[in-house]
Design a protein. Structure first.
Length: 403
């Protein structure tokens, strides 16, 4: 598999693709998990599979006071989940409508901007008859869920990757080739690209867009690794943040990046680096293998460890960055965080097509949702409904505001 194909497989999960690619992408995620688990001594930290960008404010979503913080020490099972009821638990902003983008393959829609707008995305990949990718194009459409009005963004090539931040003024995406960021200016309605000159020999990956609007990149050349940050405004401004780290893949946790030890049994604490100023701190010993973390949580950064597979009962665990228990959710199958906001965390089963659970951090309540939770922005939730068998599926999206 080429570097581009590998990145396509890893990052496509951020946009919830359907159809013929779905089985291949699930297999790719399993291979990535095994590879990183083996390489990082059992630490499963899949930052490349983070879904969406978690946002803190929304002009079109309902206003709420400052979050009260997560309720601590909650212990639940999946049987405690209550079905979310329209009118009681949520209000429909836009009923379910088709999520298809005509003329593009791998059609999907799974993003919300800071101001509560829906971004639908379609990719068109033209393959050369003798193998390889001949052409890649992306189409993004911005929809106001209140009115239903749609506005296509100009086409952009090469394909954009996972969203780094979906702001009111600018939208930031990774790109599939090189250490570049695609930037869409919503005021001028134009695309631009930012790229940096980095050390040769390293295979660089974009980790997150930091609190100070600097991009954070992690690179590995054999056993050596580096963590650097770079300015989005000045491509020559590249700052060394950490080097020689032998831990697992750096994973964003709000305004922090967490690097776990290479040997999860060594007792060595994880290290967290603040993306605002580069300060470092050690974390309490994690209760299990570190799983995917949510972006954008500034008030209460959260960790999502899962127990090691040692034959004991499974439990999905949410902790604060300081190690305080937020939620212990007993389950008979592996669960993983899907997306979230300051108030909610969406938790999905292994089968991404199954309806999700939504956990209210403040109230300590667990809900079953009517469909798959694709994105959360503040209290606004984007739900996906998938109909039909694999390979012949249709999809609808619905926008709701949690009460």
């Amino acid at each position: 598999m080429t570097r581009l194909q590998d990145l396509l497989s890893r990052e496509a999960a951020d946009f919830s693709p359907r159809g013929d690619l779905d089985g291949a992408l699930r297999a790719g995620r399993r291979r990535l998990l095994v590879r990183r688990t083996v390489g990082a001594g059992g630490t499963a930290a899949l930052a490349a599979l983070l879904v969406g960008t978690i946002v803190l404010t929304a002009t079109n979503a309902p206003d709420r006071a400052e979050p009260a913080g997560p309720k601590l020490g909650v212990k639940l099972s999946l049987d405690d989940a209550a079905p979310a009821q329209e009118g009681t638990h949520y209000t429909t902003v836009r009923p379910a409508t088709s999520g298809a983008i005509d003329g593009y393959n791998t059609e999907h829609a799974a993003m919300l901007t800071d101001d509560g707008q829906v971004i639908g995305r379609g990719d068109m990949v033209t393959h050369h008859p003798k193998g390889g990718i001949k052409e890649q194009r992306s189409q993004l459409i911005l929809t106001d869920p209140t009115t239903g009005s749609k506005r296509p963004l100009p086409e952009y090539s090469p394909l954009v990757g996972r969203p780094l931040r979906l702001g009111v003024d600018k939208l930031y995406f990774t790109q599939y080739e090189g250490t570049r960021v695609a930037v869409f200016d919503r005021s001028t309605w134009t695309w631009s690209t930012v790229e940096w000159n980095l050390a040769n020999g390293f295979e660089w990956e974009l980790v997150t867009l930091g609190a100070d609007n600097r991009i954070w990149l992690w690179g590995r050349d054999g056993p050596a690794s580096q963590l650097v940050s770079a300015s989005l405004e000045d491509p020559t401004d590249v700052r060394q943040e950490a080097s020689g780290t032998s831990g697992g893949y750096p994973v964003p946790a709000g305004t922090w990046i967490v690097i776990t030890p290479a040997d999860s049994e060594s007792g060595t604490p994880a290290v967290a680096i603040n993306t605002a100023d580069g300060t470092q701190r050690t974390l309490p010993q994690l209760k299990g293998d570190l799983w995917t973390l949510l972006r954008g949580r500034t008030t209460f950064p959260l960790l999502f460890p899962i127990p090691r597979d040692d034959g004991s009962d499974l439990a999905f665990q949410i902790d604060t960055l300081d190690g305080a228990d937020v939620l212990t959710l007993s389950t008979d199958d592996y669960l993983q965080p899907n997306t979230g906001s300051e108030r909610f965390v969406a938790i999905r089963p292994n089968d991404a097509m199954e309806p999700a659970y939504l956990y209210d951090l403040e109230a300590g309540k667990l809900f079953t949702m009517p469909g798959r939770v694709a994105a959360i922005q503040g209290d606004r939730v984007l739900i996906e409904y998938v109909h039909g068998p694999a390979g012949d599926q249709t999809k609808e999206i619905e926008v709701i505001d949690m009460n």
